[in-house]
Design a protein around this ligand. Structure first.
Ligand SMILES: [Zn+2]
Ligand SMILES: [Zn+2]
Length: 259
């Protein structure tokens, strides 16, 4: 099973797209601006969208995707795209996006009986079975209710995505005893902006060091959510941590093998 990084940047600029991962060809994990690089037929094959939290950089392509694929999916008689998120996240999407002011309510379009989107709740600790994919919902600690996701790669180990998060002891407790092959973890701010990282419940390199010290073994760690223009300075700060893990910056376009 392949996982394609469509976007992993903390904001937009030329060549920088916000968070979105395509797992196989039918599961999207977060729906940032990176989704827009997929051709229409690939967009129409997405049957599930897992949403880590309600922030715009992770959700803005849900509504745009629905608009793009609605006709094609109806012509192919495909079921609604299942959007799964915490109940609070779904409520935020209903109230603030699919409210017929910011965007049409695609949970009732093209018809209330056969809409293009269906919103379904998930909970931390739940194991989602989507076709042949097993995905566990992980806790995250952010300014709004948030989760991460772990994809089961069988004997090859788990692919783990923290979502947007500040320090989160519960995550490391859960990962103890799990064979983690890949950890995609955010580092949104530099150490110079550690105060901003703290109040916005994100990580800076120093906080990342504290978090990774709670992860056993030597794991392939991929840094995500770096702001445009800050890549080199931030990775230099992370390099100085001297972590036993193999740490690299994640790149859009990268394809990861899971299992
Ligand atoms: Zn966020
Ligand atoms: Zn974000």
């Amino acid at each position: 099973m392949n996982l394609q990084v469509l976007g992993c940047s903390g904001a937009i600029a030329a060549g920088c797209r916000t968070t979105a991962f395509l797992l196989g060809e039918d599961v999207l994990i977060d729906a940032g601006t990176g989704v827009g690089d997929l051709p229409l037929d690939a967009l129409a094959r997405i049957d599930h969208i897992l949403v880590s939290h309600s922030h715009l950089d992770h959700v803005l392509s849900i509504g745009l995707l629905a608009d793009s694929v609605m006709r094609l999916r109806r012509a192919q008689n495909r079921p609604p795209i299942q959007v799964r998120a915490l109940p609070d996240t779904l409520a935020a999407l209903r109230t603030h996006i699919f409210n017929s002011v910011i965007w049409p309510d695609f949970t009732r379009l093209p018809s209330a009986e056969q809409p293009v989107l269906e919103l379904l709740p998930l909970a931390v600790g739940e194991l989602l079975l989507l076709g042949d994919k097993r995905i566990e919902v992980l806790s995250a600690s952010h300014t709004v209710p948030a989760v991460g996701f772990a994809v089961d790669g069988g004997e090859a180990g788990w692919w783990v995505y923290t979502g947007d998060t500040g320090p989160n002891k519960a995550l490391w407790e859960r990962l103890k005893g799990m064979h983690v092959a890949h950890l995609v973890i955010e580092t949104a701010f530099s150490d110079e902006e550690r105060q901003l990282a703290r109040i916005s419940r994100h990580l800076c390199p120093a906080a990342l060091g504290h978090e990774l010290a709670q992860l056993d073994g030597s794991v392939d760690v991929h840094i995500t959510h770096i702001k445009p223009g800050e890549m080199d300075a931030l990775m230099a700060e992370i390099e100085k941590l001297g972590s036993p893990h193999r740490i690299h910056a994640l790149a859009a376009g990268q394809v990861m093998q899971i299992g």
